[in-house]
Design a protein around this ligand. Structure first.
Ligand SMILES: NC(=O)C1=CN([C@@H]2O[C@H](COP(=O)(O)OP(=O)(O)OC[C@H]3O[C@@H](n4cnc5c(N)ncnc54)[C@H](O)[C@@H]3O)[C@@H](O)[C@H]2O)C=CC1
Ligand SMILES: O=C(O)CCC(=O)C(=O)O
Length: 528
């Protein structure tokens, strides 16, 4: 297999070594594409690797019929239209750990430079002045640093600020008092942090909820003379409100690495002596760039070769340990979905999936996605995959419920999928038998034991002597060899089923002929 990979932002050459080493990867580096050129070029690519510069818009995604994965060599994915990627079944991966240290160090550098007016003093010196009066700074020691967003970078910044003997107060929706205590910092609400801080540093992602969170109202409750650092994302601070707050002397200084529009040139904020800025350099170190490029290259190669990625952004991320437990069920859960979609061709209104036994203790969301993928494949073919299966089910108005139960009916693990349609409920159960592999063990109320692979024939008939023989004879006439056969019934003389595995695909005309036989109610050919 060979894949076309486009790298559209500058990535560390050492970092993409794993990609260059991997077999079958045709790599093109083109960091000069305009959006229109990229939208044209992307058609031929299986993978796209970016940093924060390339805007991976819906337009680009919709022009990318072969695109399977977008790798973001860094943390923030606000330059990628995640909804569009998910809808088109394109997985997005990032590199969340590789630049944490660099971004935290840059934040501390900006904080210190801001407090001591280092860039302003340097500019003055370079312009031939020896001015020691205009650049009086303030100490960080004993000042309060307010940290908004205490994730990876925020926590590293907090730890370093403590090293500067600052008091740290933080707000993060996931910060408990206990965790704050362990870190030797205080926790508070956003308002409490904004009111208490002498310096404020932002470390949240840019989300709907965080866009413009530092606005005129936020500035109003801050201390007079507060100083602000933003090494997270432009758009979290309202730039007009920041300008006004600096001009009115409410804010004594701001250190900005990120901006609403990048490149950030000719902006009024840059005319203010209180503002220092860098051109989005938080992650620009040799170490961080190498590390994020390695991580993302690894995930791209693994994914294209059919493996599970480490850092999915638009898929639930499960630990290695959980993955090891549930991965053997991937195929079974998809096959149950395909099986059910063949049993009933009615519009699915609801899907209930019951996980029993050892599975009930695991994170089974990837299995649910596999089942949905199987269910939707009948109508959507290869357009449905793990990434968009849930989205598509929601779009079609299908209610999906996951249940965990300890009732295993004698199996050590059991997956039962139940679909509700206007014609009623259909149900299939499968298990993984130790040493024997996957088995479908129940179809509706009938116990069976079939391997979910190859060509199957599901026959519903009257529990009456002769029905099985007639089916066997008809298949023989059509030269269709029966490999295995299972019969099941819930009551003697009532409805019964035959599950046959046959050596070749059963054509629709043969299915129709079988349906015409006496006491045969229904015949469905299923290829798994
Ligand atoms: N300047 C640069 O070059 C770099 C910038 N970044 C930016 O920094 C951001 C943070 O990165 P990490 O710490 O690695 O991410 P993270 O995911 O580890 O941490 C983000 C934290 O923000 C918190 N958060 C979310 N919404 C919030 C809200 N409304 N109020 C307060 N906290 C909220 C989350 O709970 C989480 O703990 C990234 O999303 C990225 O945009 C990251 C790396 C380099
Ligand atoms: O240097 C870059 O690619 C930007 C890093 C960044 O902003 C991020 O990782 O979120």
């Amino acid at each position: 297999m060979s894949f076309n990979i486009l790298i559209s932002d500058p990535l560390s050459e050492d970092g993409i070594f794993p990609l260059r080493q991997a077999e079958g990867m045709n790599i093109v580096v083109d960091t000069t594409c305009t959006p229109a050129e990229l939208a044209e070029k992307i058609r031929d690519y299986d993978a796209l690797l970016v940093r924060s510069q390339t805007q991976v818009t819906r337009d680009i995604i919709e022009n990318a019929p072969n695109l399977k994965i977008i790798g973001r060599a860094g943390v923030g994915v606000d330059n990628i239209d995640l909804d569009a990627a998910t809808e088109h079944g394109i997985i997005v991966v990032n590199a969340p750990d590789g630049n944490t240290n660099s971004a935290a160090e840059h934040t501390i550098a900006m904080l210190t430079a801001l407090a001591r007016k280092i860039p302003q003093a340097f500019n003055s010196l370079k312009s031939g002045e020896w001015d020691r009066k205009s650049f009086i700074g303030v100490e960080l020691k004993n000042k309060t640093l307010g940290v908004i967003g205490l994730g990876r970078i925020g926590a590293e910044v907090a730890a370093r600020a403590k090293g500067q003997r600052m008091n740290v107060i933080a707000y993060d929706p996931f910060l408990t008092e206990e965790k704050a205590k362990k870190m030797g910092i205080s926790s508070g609400t956003v308002e409490e942090v904004l009111k208490a801080a002498d310096f404020i540093t932002i470390h949240t992602p840019l989300l709907k909820e965080t866009r413009n969170m530092i606005n005129a109202e936020a500035f109003a409750i801050m201390k007079e003379g507060v100083q602000i650092v933003n090494c997270a994302r432009g758009g979290i601070i309202d730039e007009d409100a920041l300008y006004d707050a600096i001009v009115s002397k409410k804010v004594a200084g701001a250190a900005l690495d990120v901006f609403e529009q990048e490149p950030f040139v000719g902006h009024k904020l840059l005319t203010l002596p209180e503002v220092i800025a860098t051109p989005h350099l938080g992650a620009s170190t040799i170490e961080a760039q190498e590390s994020v490029a390695i991580d993302v290259s690894h995930d791209v190669v693994t994914f294209l070769n059919g493996g599970a990625v480490r850092n999915p952004v638009n898929l639930p991320s499960v630990s290695k340990e959980v993955l090891a437990k549930i991965e053997p069920f991937f195929d079974l859960s998809e096959k149950i979905g395909i099986f059910l979609s063949r049993l009933s061709n009615k519009v699915i209104e609801e899907v209930n999936i019951y996980y029993a036994g050892e599975l009930a203790e695991s994170d089974v969301r990837p299995l649910t996605r596999n089942t949905l993928k199987g269910l939707l494949k009948r109508n959507l073919g290869e357009h449905v995959n793990d990434v968009n299966a849930k989205y598509l089910a929601e779009r079609f108005g299908i209610k999906v419920n996951e249940h965990k139960t300890s009732t295993t009916k004698g199996f050590s693990n059991l997956i039962t999928v139940e679909i509700t349609t206007a014609s009623g409920i259909r149900r299939v159960s499968g298990t993984l038998l130790n040493g024997l592999g996957a088995r479908i063990v129940k179809v509706d109320d009938n116990l069976v034991d079939i391997s979910p692979e190859g060509h199957l024939l599901f026959v519903k008939h009257k529990d009456q002597p002769g029905a099985i023989g007639r089916v066997g004879t008809m298949l023989a006439v059509e030269n269709i060899n029966i490999a295995t056969m299972q019969v099941g019934r819930s009551t003697v003389g009532g409805d019964a089923i035959m599950m046959l595995t046959v050596d070749n695909h059963v054509k629709q005309e043969n299915v129709s002929r079988l349906k015409e036989l006496e006491d045969i109610y229904d015949v469905i050919a299923i290829d798994l």
